[in-house]
Design a protein around this ligand. Structure first.
Ligand SMILES: Nc1ncnc2c1ncn2[C@@H]1O[C@H](COP(=O)(O)OP(=O)(O)OP(=O)(O)O)[C@@H](O)[C@H]1O
Ligand SMILES: [Mg+2]
Length: 243
């Protein structure tokens, strides 16, 4: 695979196989386009094509080079992306190297283009002298990194928990690879239960089939996944070996 580590060398056209909004006729590329209102007058509206370009640019910065290569999504994953903000859980499972992480990144990209949400980092907004942390719009995290963030020693603030609860789309990659401590499992439950309660979208990838996950992350997390996730088993050889 050819992948550049320099984001600037990659064109946004690598996302053109995804549902990218088009520029309506008359768009001059400044983000706005004239549309006829009901009263017959022309009115300026945001151009969906320009918004799509902005999202693809943000996706280029967000997705690591290896996982930018255009791939075809499994049909059930594609269906999940088209649910947009109504999507709940997506559980991608399969053995080592079948393409779970790549599929999760591509699903994330398609979901962003469909919902119009660009991946942005967490930031602090100031309003009348009061500072407020705005969570990232999309959070993609390896399960082991998330568990590190949730450990008691790192838990002076509830920031990782709140970010994971509030972000528009949470992706936890490779869950089940490591068994969390009782404390960390409880924090993971807090995240999953919040997203479950509010039917917020998330993607989980795992080598472990959902039925076997209870032993790794606890029965309460596994039970919620089994209720609200579309499960997509991926099969095939280890693509790293055949590359
Ligand atoms: N549909 C695809 N077509 C071509 N290459 C792919 C496809 N999906 C994944 N790949 C490539 O195959 C390799 C393995 O993919 P990936 O890392 O997503 O596997 P994985 O299932 O997450 O593995 P692991 O269980 O070890 O985390 C990567 O180089 C990836 O870019
Ligand atoms: Mg992986």
């Amino acid at each position: 695979m050819t992948s550049s580590s320099d984001d600037r060398n990659e064109p946004i056209s690598i996302f053109r196989h995804l549902p990218v909004p088009t520029h309506p006729e008359g768009c001059s590329g400044d983000g706005w386009v004239n549309v006829s209102a009901e009263d017959g007058h022309l009115r300026a509206a945001r151009c969906p094509g320009c918004q799509g370009d902005r999202i693809m640019q943000a996706l280029l910065e967000f997705i690591p080079p290896r996982f930018r290569k255009p791939i075809t999504l499994p049909p059930r994953v594609e269906e999940w992306t088209h649910k947009g903000l109504d999507a709940e859980g997506l559980y991608i499972t399969g053995s080592v190297g079948v393409g779970k992480t790549h599929t999760a990144y591509t699903a994330l990209a398609a979901w962003c283009l469909i919902t119009g949400i660009a991946p942005t980092r967490a930031r602090v907004s100031e309003n009348y002298g009061e500072q407020r942390r705005i969570p990232p719009t999309v959070k993609f995290v390896r399960a082991t990194t998330l568990f590190d963030e949730l450990r008691p020693s790192n838990n002076q603030t509830r920031q990782p928990i709140v970010d994971s609860q509030k972000t528009s789309l949470l992706v936890i990659d490779d869950i089940g690879a490591e068994k969390p401590s009782e404390f960390t499992a409880e924090k993971l439950y807090e995240i999953v239960d919040e997203r479950y309660a509010h039917a917020k979208p998330f993607i989980v990838t795992s080598n472990v089939p959902p039925k076997a996950l209870a032993d790794q992350v606890g029965a309460r997390v596994a039970s919620r996944f089994s209720e609200c996730c579309d499960v997509v088993p991926m099969t095939g050889p280890d693509r790293r070996k055949s590359a």
